[in-house]
Design a protein around this ligand. Structure first.
Ligand code: TYD
Ligand code: MG
Length: 465
C-alpha cells in the first residue's frame, strides 16, 4: 500500500495530518494546521535511485578530547545554568517572552567571550546591524570584538561561519526568522524552523562551535512553533521574569550536559543585565516588617538557597464563591493548604477571599513552601504579624503533619547568614546557629500564631499591638 503524503502540519506542535482539519488532535489547538510541502523535505526524491551509503570510520569511546570540555562564558550566573560553560558542538535553545531581554543577555555573553579572545559571532534575523550596535553601545560593549551580521539564510550563515577559524560561539537570534532552501515553506513555519535548526545543529556538531538558538515563546509559555526543536537541541534554557519587576531568571528546562534545576538571577538595569550573586538579599530588600500576612520562606533553587517573602491577604468575601488568587505559586498547592487548614486546624476560610503572592516576581515550585504559605495565610486572617526574625519551611501533608524537606541545613545556613534568628521548620537540619522551633503539625503552628494575637480578632483591624 502506498504511504500517504502527510502534508498538513500543526504549527503549534508539529503533528502531521493527511488532510486539513480545524483542531489539532495532538495538542488541542484550533486553526493551527497549515498545508506544507513535505515532498521536498524528504531526502529521497521520487524517481531517483536510492543512494548507496558512504562508508565512515567508527571511533572508540576512549579518545583524545581536543579542547577543554567546557568554555565558560565569564558570566557566572549564565555558566551556573549551563552547567559550567559551553560544551563544544552543543546547541542551546534560549526561550523567553518578547522583550524579556534575550538579545541583551546574548550580546553580553558574546562580548564576554570576545573579550577573552574567543571568536563569537552574533547573527540577528530580527534587527539590523545598526540596531544591534546601538544596543551594544548602550551596554558599553562597543570595545568587544563580536562579529555581527543581519542574515536569515541558513545556507549563507553556515557557509560564512565555516570560513576561517571556527567560532567558539554562534548566536542565532531568532530561529523563527531563519529559512533554508531545502524546504519550500515560509519562514516561521514548523517545517522551516525544523529544517533550519537541523542544518545549524549539523553545523555545530561538525565544526565544534557552540550554537545558541533564540526561540520566541507563546502566551502559554511554550516555545512557539518549534516545540520540535526542543527535542533536537542539547539544552533548553528559559528566560523568565514578571513584566513589572526588574528581576530576570534564567532556568534550564532541559540540559544534556548539566543540571536542570539551577537558576541564574539577573537584574535588568539601564546598562543591561546585571548578575545577582546573592538573590536572597534582593528578594528580601523591600520587606514589610511588622505587618500581618507575610512570612519569609527559606527555599532552594537548584543547589542554591533562596530566601523570599510570601505575602497573603485573607479578607471577608462579598461573593458567593470566594476568590482564590495566587501569583508565583501553584494554585493546587494553595487549595490543598487551605483544605488542610479547614479540615485539621479549625480555620474557617469559606467566607474569605484568599490572595497569595510571592514577592519579587519569583515563581516557587517547591512543596517546602507549604508551611510558609500557611503561616502567611493564618497571620493575615488573625491580624497577627509573624516574628520578623523567623524563616519558615516544611511540606504540609494532607493529614496536617509537617514533613521534612531536602537540604534543611543549607536553608538554615542561608537564613543565619542573612541575620535571621529562628527557623520554624520540621525536625532535623543538623548543626546551625539558629534557634530551630520544630513543628510537627500545622495545627500547632496555627495555635502558636493565634496565641500571639494580643487583642481578639477583628477588635483591632490594623493588627498593630
Ligand atoms: P531585548 O533583549 O531586546 O529582549 P528580547 O530579545 O528578549 O525580545 O530587551 C528589550 C527590553 O529590555 C526592552 O524593553 C528594554 C530593556 N532594556 C533595558 O532595560 N536595559 C538595557 O540596557 C537594554 C539593552 C534593554
Ligand atoms: Mg530580541
Amino acid at each position: 500500500m502506498a504511504r500517504r503524503e502527510q502534508s498538513f502540519i500543526c504549527q503549534n506542535c508539529g503533528a502531521a495530518y493527511g488532510r486539513w482539519q480545524g483542531k489539532c488532535d495532538a495538542c488541542g489547538e484550533w486553526n493551527t494546521i497549515a498545508e506544507e510541502s513535505s515532498a521536498t523535505a524528504r531526502p529521497q526524491l521520487p524517481g531517483r535511485a536510492p543512494r548507496k551509503g558512504r562508508l565512515f570510520a567508527l571511533e572508540p569511546l576512549a579518545g583524545a578530547a581536543h579542547d577543554a570540555p567546557r568554555l565558560p562564558s565569564g558570566i557566572a550566573e549564565f555558566d551556573r545554568v549551563t552547567g559550567g560553560g559551553f560544551v563544544r558542538g552543543s546547541v542551546l535553545l534560549l526561550g523567553g517572552d518578547p522583550g524579556i531581554g534575550k538579545s541583551t543577555l546574548l550580546i553580553q555573553v558574546a562580548a564576554a567571550l570576545a573579550r577573552d579572545k574567543r571568536r563569537a559571532v552574533y547573527i540577528s534575523g530580527e534587527e539590523a546591524v545598526a540596531q544591534v550596535r546601538l544596543r551594544a553601545e548602550r551596554l558599553g560593549l562597543t570595545g568587544a570584538q563580536v562579529e555581527l551580521a543581519a542574515e536569515t539564510s541558513v545556507e549563507d550563515i553556515v557557509a560564512t561561519l565555516g570560513e576561517g577559524e571556527t567560532p567558539r560561539l554562534a548566536i542565532i537570534d531568532s530561529i523563527q526568522t531563519m529559512w533554508t532552501d531545502t524546504v519550500e515553506s515560509a519562514p516561521g513555519t514548523v517545517t522551516q524552523v525544523r529544517a533550519s535548526a537541523q542544518a545549524l545543529i549539523r553545523f555545530a556538531k561538525r565544526s565544534g562551535a557552540a550554537v545558541i538558538l533564540v526561540g520566541h515563546v507563546t502566551k502559554d509559555g511554550q516555545i512557539a512553533g518549534p516545540r520540535v526543536v526542543e527535542h533536537m537541541v542539547d539544552a533548553v534554557l528559559s528566560f523568565e521574569g514578571e513584566g513589572s519587576h526588574q528581576f530576570r531568571i534564567l532556568r534550564a528546562v532541559k540540559n544534556r550536559f548539566g543540571p536542570t534545576d539551577e537558576i541564574g538571577v539577573f537584574e535588568m538595569t539601564g546598562g543591561g543585565l546585571r548578575e545577582i550573586a546573592n538573590p536572597s538579599e534582593l528578594f528580601l530588600s523591600e520587606r514589610d516588617l511588622g505587618s500581618p500576612g507575610t512570612a519569609v520562606f527559606a527555599g532552594i533553587e537548584g543547589s542554591r538557597p533562596l530566601l523570599v517573602e510570601i505575602q497573603a491577604l485573607v479578607a471577608p468575601t462579598s461573593l458567593g464563591t470566594p476568590r482564590r488568587a495566587v501569583v508565583g505559586w501553584d494554585q493546587n498547592r494553595l487549595s490543598m493548604v487551605l483544605a488542610v487548614l479547614e479540615a485539621h486546624c479549625g480555620v474557617k476560610l469559606s467566607g474569605h477571599d484568599v490572595y497569595l503572592n510571592v514577592a519579587g516576581g519569583l515563581r516557587i515550585q517547591e512543596p517546602a513552601a507549604d508551611l510558609a504559605a500557611a503561616a502567611a495565610l493564618v497571620s493575615s486572617l488573625a491580624h497577627a504579624p509573624l516574628p520578623a526574625d523567623a524563616v519558615y519551611f516544611g511540606e504540609v501533608s494532607l493529614s496536617g503533619a509537617i514533613r521534612p524537606v531536602t537540604q534543611a541545613a543549607a536553608r538554615l545556613k542561608e537564613a543565619q547568614k542573612l541575620g535571621f534568628g529562628r527557623a520554624i521548620a520540621p525536625e532535623g537540619g543538623g548543626e546551625h546557629g539558629l534557634a530551630l522551633q520544630s513543628v510537627t503539625s500545622l495545627a500547632s503552628l496555627v495555635a502558636d500564631i493565634a496565641a500571639s494575637v494580643p487583642i481578639p480578632k477583628f477588635a483591632n483591624p490594623r493588627g498593630t499591638p
